[in-house]
Design a protein around this ligand. Structure first.
Ligand code: NAD
Length: 477
């Protein structure tokens, strides 16, 4: 049985309750985690406050950086074990789980190097004054993490917060937290003081809510659904606690007639099938210029037809979805598409020999999806790609911006002027031209506009969100 990790000690939930953990590949229970409550959060917040006021808060930026670098190295040494934990927990194919543990080490490495480069400014002011700004940590930061990329999201969120000098209380998703408990243990092994990193597991409406409400939390970093993002924001507003919201997306891949289709096709397919489409930045809409609509759909359909879904250990193109309710959600969207006369271009295959009881969904390419249909508006969070045609740049922009989301956009064109015009007109936090995702992009600020959230994580920019600015004015005559 797994335990919370508070003040560098393993601890069961104070009330002694547990939650079963399912393996998405066969639907069987293989582990238990604590079902924590508000009292466990209180315990963790007290530990974090003691760390912030004590040994952790007293470290210099250089010393924090050295600890983060040691943690990066430790994670690299344990990359295979961490990947195995996350693979079983989330149903990720081996290659995806391995990539996630490499990314986790890279986040810590990046933020290790960033710690002592974060500084304020001196400001010109009236004669007789010197004015400077200090970038100070918030204090104790709360981090609510979803189940789709636990290690990566922990790396970017907690890595940035620690680099800025905060002590962290982390609430992983109830479906996937095993790797994060292990990372916190590794952090203790490399010398992070007790209370710098605390992990408290449990249900969102219980322990996540308690974290957001706790008066000892000075900043909340939430990554998850828009619905829960709204709840967190409301709760945080009661005590004016700053929040960073990394929410959902309905990201477009926009492909013009003159695009390099050989380059685009594998990237467009991967952008929706990676992690079985359970990715906030999944390229879930493909907008295709009229002149290449039919030939490109044919080629995309052939690529979809070759995709194979299997158990995590089978390491095929896609693994299972996280849980039964997620599978029902995705099949619900597909049933509605059928009922509304939306045509399927192609589907991949569920491989022979997948274990019974797993949550498998074949990747599906749909065509001529009306712009206001649910499939073109809502996050499916599964391997479903909705195609639609556009006539010119204005039409492409209109379709691209016609959802409540604005997280990421991909633009495929060889026309240099069009690249810039489109990048300016599409409303999203990131734009990729002739690529998508730039290989993970630990260094690249990430976040959304509109209902995709606000604030930025990843890159140096994240450090600004994990700090507060103090202005110091000295009158010296
Ligand atoms: P979710 O919102 O259901 O859960 C996310 C986390 O919030 C979990 O840890 C959950 O336990 C917790 N939670 C649930 N109710 C809560 C409450 N009342 N108070 C506090 N915490 C609560 O989302 P999910 O289903 O785990 O993840 C999928 C969603 O996350 C999708 O919408 C996806 O786009 C989004 N996401 C966004 C990003 C990003 O960076 N923008 C990254 C990954 C996932």
């Amino acid at each position: 049985m797994q335990m919370n990790f508070i003040a560098n000690q393993s601890a069961p939930a104070l009330a002694g309750q547990t939650i079963d953990v399912l393996d998405p590949s066969d639907g069987q229970v293989f582990e238990q985690i604590p079902r924590s409550q508000a009292a466990d959060i209180d315990h963790a917040v007290q530990a974090a406050r003691a760390a912030f006021n004590g040994p952790w808060g007293k470290l210099s930026a250089m010393e924090r950086g050295r600890l983060l670098m040691k943690l990066s190295q430790k994670v690299s040494e344990h990359a295979a074990d961490l990947a195995a934990l996350e693979q079983r927990d989330c149903g990720k194919p081996t290659k995806q789980a391995a990539a996630d543990s490499v990314a986790l080490a890279r986040y810590f490495e990046f933020y290790a190097g960033a710690c002592d480069k974060l500084h304020g400014e001196t400001l010109p002011y009236q004669n007789g004054y010197s004015v400077l700004t200090w970038r100070e940590p918030h204090g104790v930061t709360g981090h609510v993490i979803p189940w789709n990329y636990p290690m990566q999201i922990f790396g970017r969120s907690v890595g940035g917060a620690l680099a800025a000098g905060n002590a962290c209380v982390v609430k992983p998703a109830e479906d996937a937290c095993l790797s994060l408990i292990r990372v916190a243990q590794l952090a203790a092994e490399v010398g992070f003081p007790p209370g710098a990193i605390n992990i408290v597991t449990g249900y969102g409406h219980e322990v996540g809510d308690a974290l957001a409400r706790h008066p000892g939390i000075d900043h909340i970093s939430f990554t998850g659904s828009p619905r829960v993002g709204t709840l967190i924001q409301q709760v945080a507003a009661e005590r004016h606690c700053p929040v960073t919201l990394e929410l959902g997306g309905k990201s477009p891949q926009i492909i013009f007639d003159e695009a390099d289709l050989d380059a685009a096709i594998p990237v467009v397919v991967n952008a929706i099938v990676q992690n079985s489409g359970q990715t906030c930045s999944a390229g879930s809409r493909v907008l295709i210029q009229q002149g290449i609509y039919e030939p490109l759909l044919k080629r995309l359909g052939e690529a979809f037809g070759r995709l194979q879904v299997g158990s995590a250990a089978m390491n095929l193109d896609l693994g299972p979805l996280i849980r039964a309710s997620q599978l029902e959600r995705v099949t619900g969207f597909l049933d509605q598409a059928k009922a509304d006369g939306i045509a399927t271009v192609a589907q991949g295959q569920i491989a022979a020999g997948v274990p019974a009881g797993g949550f498998y969904q074949a990747p599906t390419l749909l065509r001529d999806v009306p712009v206001m249909h649910r499939l073109a508006q809502e996050e499916v969070f599964g391997p479903v790609l909705s195609a639609m045609a556009f006539s010119d740049e204005d039409h492409a922009v209109e379709l691209a911006n016609a959802t409540e989301f604005g997280l990421v956009a991909g633009i495929w064109t060889r026309d240099g002027g069009r690249q810039f015009r489109m990048a300016k007109r599409v409303r999203s936090g990131q734009v990729f031209i002739n690529n998508y995702g730039a290989g993970g992009g630990v260094e690249l600020p990430f976040g959304g506009v509109k209902s995709s959230g606000y604030g930025r994580e990843k890159g140096f920019e994240a450090l600004l969100g994990f700090t507060t600015l103090k202005t110091v004015a000295i009158a010296h005559g």
